[in-house]
Design a protein around this ligand. Structure first.
Ligand code: 2P0
Length: 346
């Protein structure tokens, strides 16, 4: 099965509970099209497997002590149902699933750990795949996303297509209400597109988890943002997306990206995810918008230098031409937004 990556418009940055992987603020993202950026995952289960194993892009990773991986496997096993044969006979009693080892192979179609949410796609695909194998059934909507969240926070949003919110929740004992919710499905705004500019495909030097932890303990701006800014932006951008109001959607997206990177600079020692090329892309987009007399393109940057430019279909060719003129050496990975959340035909 595969799961696409997602790019946040209102960003998640900071953990409320490290153990539960719950955030200090809600966030919302657009799930990208499966055609370009996705994790493709295969899971095999057997009673004969002595331990759980994972191959990431063909290289085995030791997951025997990975809390994230274990949380996903255990979480899905807890929701597992019986496996029946065609006549309805029980082949595997659900209580037996715990004795089954899992072997996972996962491939990304884009740079891993370069700020393109590879862990989001990876853990979403893992949970979707495990849920299929074990016949896991949610006891409430979004429960599987609470499991994916424990793999990687942003992964909870990749379980759905379209415009997806991660509600921060308030249950600090179980984290059961810190879950993803599809606000608008992938058919709501087909004209919305995204161009991805791969400024660098090198692994970032500060992981998101490490960066967030330093930001939470040192940045006053981050606390202010979580308390005073994010909820208003969530309401504003959900309204804008609902009304297909690109100018409001784009403005909030750019402002939130800028504030996220400001909190990185406010972190001590500071974290620099954007580089000079990233900053020149920001300038170019503002110049383009001025020339158009409206917000016709909106940039956003995650924990890395790569840019995502949201735009409407009609501006696509013009923007691509502009980007190719100014950044002829950069690679363009994708320019589509939408699609279904997981594709189990692969
Ligand atoms: C986001 N990012 O909302 C934000 C914007 C990066 C910047 O979610 O520690 O890999 O695994 O929960 O999900 C990246 O953080 O962090 C992220 P963990 P994750 O997309």
């Amino acid at each position: 099965m595969s799961a696409p990556t997602n790019i946040a418009c209102v960003k998640y940055w900071g953990k409320r509970s490290i153990a539960l992987n719950t955030p200090i603020n809600s966030s919302v993202s657009v799930t990208l099209d499966q055609a370009d950026l996705k994790a493709v995952t295969t899971v095999t289960v057997s009673k004969t497997f002595k331990k759980d194993r994972l191959w990431l892009n063909g290289v085995e990773e030791d997951v025997t002590k990975s809390k994230r991986f274990i949380a996903c496997v255990t979480g899905v096993k807890n929701l597992a149902t019986e496996k029946l044969d065609s006549s309805g006979e029980v082949l595997v009693d659900k209580s037996e699933w715990k004795d089954y080892g899992v072997h996972v192979s996962s491939m990304n179609t884009f740079p891993t750990a370069a700020g393109l949410a590879s862990s989001a796609a990876g853990y979403a695909a893992l949970v979707a795949c495990l849920a299929e194998v074990f016949g896991a059934i949610e006891t409430y909507p979004g429960e599987l996303s609470t499991i994916a969240r424990q793999g990687s926070g942003s992964a909870c949003r990749s379980l759905y297509g379209g415009f997806v919110a991660w509600r921060m929740g308030s249950d600090n004992d179980t984290g059961a209400d810190s879950l993803a919710e599809q606000v608008f499905d992938e058919n709501h705004w087909p004209k919305l597109k995204a161009i991805i500019l791969v400024v660098s495909d090198e692994k970032k030097d500060t992981s998101s988890t490490e960066g967030m932890s330093t930001s939470v303990s040192t940045s006053k701006l981050l606390g202010y943002r979580a308390k005073e800014v994010v909820e208003g932006r969530m309401r504003g951008i959900e309204k804008a997306y609902g009304e297909k109001d690109f100018e409001s959607f784009g403005m909030i997206t750019m402002q939130d990206s800028n504030q996220f990177h400001a909190t990185c600079l406010d972190t001590y020692p500071p974290i620099f995810y954007m580089n000079d090329i990233s900053k020149s892309i920001i300038k170019l987009i503002h110049t383009y918008n001025k020339w158009k007399g409206k917000i016709a393109a909106a940039y956003t940057f995650d924990a890395g230098p790569n840019a995502v430019i949201y735009h409407l279909e009609e501006e696509g060719e013009e923007l691509l031409a502009l980007m190719l003129m100014y950044f002829p050496d950069d690679k363009f990975l994708g320019s589509l937004v939408g699609s279904e959340y997981v594709n189990n035909e692969e």
